[in-house]
Design a protein around this ligand. Structure first.
Ligand SMILES: [Zn+2]
Length: 333
């Protein structure tokens, strides 16, 4: 009996052991399954990146869009702890005017730059600024400024000399021709230019220099009082005593160039090195208001003539537009 009872007890004990082991296995499997499911959920929640290289462009766009969405969500739910403080200091800056980055930008002209640009979308920003600074957004002779000073730099269709203006210290250009006169600096610079031309084998001479307002008026009226070929009185550089019309051998009266004569090409290439500029170059009539005049040179001094040559600035209008104030108070150098 004892043995049977003992055996039965042992059997009960082993049954309990089996049940415990079985329960343990079931719990283990259940826990393992839960962990597996969790890992699977996390994996599928991440953006799909596999096979990105093989997808079409549309697919790539879609992937990028998905990632962008993902980042947006991340940003929304994980705010930068500095956001609350940086937001007030990180306000978007005033949209900078495309004009204001240039040194010759004049704030008072801001509205004119914008309207002129909208009317002329083919012009670049720099051209818009210097043209407006030199009044080129206006038709010729529409708004005329009377320039003060004894030696104003820019005389053109917008700037005129005051009534009664007469340049100081005119000297004969050629020792034997007293009717041709120019300012002292102009005469001196021309003599150097003429010598350099001689050294290069060209003989330059002057056919027109200083003109009084009365003389300029007579020439203007003789041309039919039409703008384009001759300036109106008080608008002509010849009245400043710094403009010269040249004659060179091989040209028909007035000096010609543009491939027509070697002397014309020489003058065009060398005047800047002697303080002069070609005042009405080819293709600038819309700026100067005067036809191409390869014979007309103007003394502006070495500093300006060199600056213009080195920077490829063709007209005095552009120089003054890029150097506001230079036209009103010119210091001779
Ligand atoms: Zn001239």
């Amino acid at each position: 009996m004892e043995n049977r009872r003992t055996r039965r007890k042992k059997q009960v004990n082993s049954n309990v052991t089996f049940m415990l082991i079985g329960t343990g296995i079931i719990v283990f499997i259940a826990v393992a399954a839960v962990i597996f499911v969790m890992i699977a959920v996390v994996d599928t929640g991440a953006p799909v990146r596999a096979d990105d290289s093989s997808v079409s462009i549309a697919g790539e766009r879609e992937t990028i869009a998905d990632e962008a969405d993902f980042e947006t969500v991340q940003e929304e739910y994980e705010p930068n702890p500095h956001d609350s403080t940086t937001e007030q200091y990180n306000e978007p800056p005033e949209p900078a005017s495309p004009f204001s980055v240039f040194s010759f930008y004049i704030p008072e002209n801001a509205a004119i730059y914008e309207s002129f640009q909208s009317e002329n979308p083919h012009l670049d920003t720099e051209a818009i600024i210097w043209m407006v600074n030199s009044s080129l957004h206006l038709p010729f002779f529409e708004e005329i400024t009377t320039v003060e000073g004894s030696n104003p730099l820019l005389i053109n269709t917008y700037n005129r000399l005051p009534s009664g203006f007469s340049p100081i210290g005119l000297l004969p250009v050629n020792s034997n021709e007293c009717d041709l006169r120019a300012t002292m600096e102009t005469v001196e610079a021309f003599r150097n230019l003429r010598q350099a031309a001689r050294d290069a084998g060209f003989d330059l001479s002057v056919v027109s220099a200083y003109r009084s307002a009365a003389r300029q008026r007579a020439i203007f009226e003789r041309q039919g009082s039409v703008d384009g070929a001759v300036m109106r009185p008080y608008h002509s550089e010849h009245q400043t005593g710094r403009a010269l019309d040249l004659w060179g051998p091989g040209s028909s009266g007035l000096l010609d160039h543009g491939g027509a004569t070697p002397v014309g090409d020489w003058v065009a290439a060398n005047v800047n090195a002697h303080g002069f500029i070609l005042r009405y170059p080819y293709g600038t009539t819309h700026i100067t208001g005067i036809i191409f005049e390869p014979w007309h040179i103007t003394y502006v001094g070495m500093e300006i003539s060199t600056y213009m040559y080195e920077n490829g600035i063709e007209t005095l209008e552009e120089f003054v537009g890029r150097n506001p104030g230079a036209g009103m108070d010119w210091v001779r150098r």
